[in-house]
Ligand binder design. Structure first.
Ligand code: ZN
Length: 202
């Protein structure tokens, strides 16, 4: 029966078309879900985050170029360590990989003042103006929280010493976990020109 066959075929095509549409909408949502956060990341870093990918464990990554597999694994490792130490402190909220968005910016320097490998990006000095961190209107940052809802932060691209990159992920994540689980401790530790450094959680 040619009619049935063609009907089946058109059903199959329709199904494919629908699946394709769902996939495209899904991909678009991943890319465009936080235009405000993305605009802020681009304003702060001067970079364009044209690549959107996920880590193997499901964290959202926005980058200036395709991140290496090792970089994505380093991000997952940092988040895994963050979630473990958060649970140790009896924090339970926002401990899912998919709730985190990480922007990987171009490194504006790759060595610190002592000559050690230290990929950092430059940001406007703001509350650090006049402090030891101030480089003349900007500071070099290893990481920086961008937004709390949704949760997002910026790190610099690393081509080696990925252990440092994992640490930066864990450290920026500490501010986000504290914000959502222990607001008083968050307030006491959020500003490093006033208070200590990382790790905050042990
Ligand atoms: Zn910090």
């Amino acid at each position: 029966m040619p009619y049935t066959e063609s009907s089946d075929m058109s059903k199959i095509i329709q199904t494919f078309a629908l699946l394709f549409a769902v996939a495209v909408v899904g991909a678009t949502m991943v890319n465009a879900q936080h235009p405000r956060v993305k605009a802020e990341a681009e304003r702060i870093t001067g970079d364009k985050f044209s690549v959107a990918v996920r880590t193997p464990k499901g964290a959202n990554v926005y980058a200036v170029r395709q991140p290496s597999r090792q970089m994505l694994a380093a991000i997952d490792k940092g988040l895994t360590e963050l979630f473990a130490v958060a649970r140790k402190n009896r924090y339970t909220r926002r401990l899912n990989y998919s709730e985190y968005s990480i922007y990987i910016a171009n490194a504006d320097r790759t060595k610190d003042s002592s000559g050690n490998y230290s990929p950092d990006f430059a940001v406007p000095a703001d509350q650090y103006a006049g402090t030891d961190f101030d480089q003349g209107g900007f500071i070099y940052a290893a990481g920086m929280v961008l937004a709390y809802n949704p949760m997002a932060f910026i790190i610099a691209e690393h081509t080696r010493d990925l252990g440092r990159m994992s640490n930066v992920v864990r450290y920026e994540g500490e501010h986000l976990v504290l914000y959502h689980n222990d607001r008083r401790r968050y307030e006491a530790t959020k500003d490093h020109s006033q208070s200590g450094a990382h790790p905050i959680l042990n």
